[in-house]
Design a protein around this ligand. Sequence first.
Ligand SMILES: C=CC1=C(C)c2cc3[nH]c(cc4nc(cc5[nH]c(cc1n2)c(C)c5CCC(=O)O)C(CCC(=O)O)=C4C)c(C)c3C=C
Ligand code: FE2
Length: 450
Amino acid sequence: MAEQEERGPAGADDAAATAGRSRGLCRRRLVAGAGIAGALGIAGFGGGVAGRALAEREAAGRDPGTLAYPFRGETQQGITTPAQDNMYTAAFDVSTDDVAELKALLTEWTTAAEQMCAGELIGGEPSANKQAPPRDTGEAWGYPPAGLSLTFGFGATLFADAGGADRFGLRDRMPGVLAEGVPKFANERLQAGSGDGDLLVQACSNDPQVCVHAIRNLTRIAFGTARLRWGQIGYGRTSSTSASQETPRNLFGFKDGTANVKAEEAEALEEHVRVQADDDAAAGWLTGGSYFVARKIRMHLEVWDRVRLAQQEEVIGRDKRYGAPLSVADPAPEDEFDAVDYDAAGEGGRPAVPADSHVAVVSPEQNDGHRLLRRGYNYTDGNDSLGRLDAGLFFIAYVRDPRAGFYPILQRMTQHDALTEYLQHEASALFAVPPGLREGDTMVGQRLFE
Ligand SMILES: C=CC1=C(C)c2cc3[nH]c(cc4nc(cc5[nH]c(cc1n2)c(C)c5CCC(=O)O)C(CCC(=O)O)=C4C)c(C)c3C=C
Ligand SMILES: [Fe+2]
């Protein structure tokens, strides 16, 4: 990494310095990221001058001082938005049975979200009354939003409670996907209370404190109307959602996000990620939105770390250094985005990419062409009583219909994937994510209530 930092492209350091003035952490990561992309000229980043330009654009894009995504738009931010470095996702249970109070909460959340994404204080200006607690808790006061995106979703229990009761007059508008629920999968040990919920908020930013500020303040606003059910902090994106981003690494040390659906793939987004008008007659309000599916997956790092490198690579199906498919005989940086050749022969005539390797099991080729937009994050929740890292991947994907584009893939993975031996699924969540706010909308998800 040190060598790559030194070889970073001209211009990246200036941007890094700007970022570094705002937040020390960003500077270190930014220099490394821009350096690798520019210096190696990785496919997808172009080579030479083009590669440099793209690397610089990414560096500029990561500058907390320049990066602000407007909350309003045709679709919600936080799906195709270039995946930021940090995440704090939380789910809430609504404690009122009054739909007017629910709508008031969504309206207040919307105003606060707009202000936070613009880098403003909640309330727009410092509270004048010093005898009352300030409206904004203040830990991001004067900080740039660092690419903050806030993405809201609705869970099955918002539409009908566990007994099927119509809590807010929304039951007839419940999408079939939510009504059917998430099936059970092999090898899962889900912890009660750490999945699902009525409302979802996914906060992503290049500054961890901005994420914490967002969830803390939305929780505070919800007081008396909704309470936090679970929250998860993630600290290192494990996916690229834009072709301008370098592929990051997960806690097994492998590049993760190479074959992801990217923001630039307009057709694939419509086909695999966004709900289409005639997908569900009951849920026309969701058209243009998506489904958020998440799995909290603990990774047995200490076990993995004792596995031979060649075997690690066979489990994933890709080379650890560059992320190239194992069907490439002598991998180089530019091979990362090569198509996987499942027919290629490796040692002793065996398939170079084993049939039970992760990429072989979850690839579109083996799953009726279905693709996911992955947007997960590494997490570490400290250590367990044996001193092992309690860490893994908070896997998030956005899909058009999880029944076709997620459950079958996950089922194959939990039954046939060599990777499964090193994993434990601990939590699961499913939410419908409405489209963005139209001109004049006062709350996120307004179409659900019309
Ligand atoms: C059911 C969906 C998936 C789960 C759950 C999942 C967990 C998981 N993945 C890795 C590491 C890697 N995954 C990679 C690719 C990849 N993963 C999925 C789906 C799930 N992964 C898909 C659809 C793909 C793309 C396959 C393709 O189109 O070829 C890779 C390779 C690099 C890449 O393409 O991103 C790695 C590495 C872990 C560690 C994990 C659970 C903890
Ligand atoms: Fe994967």
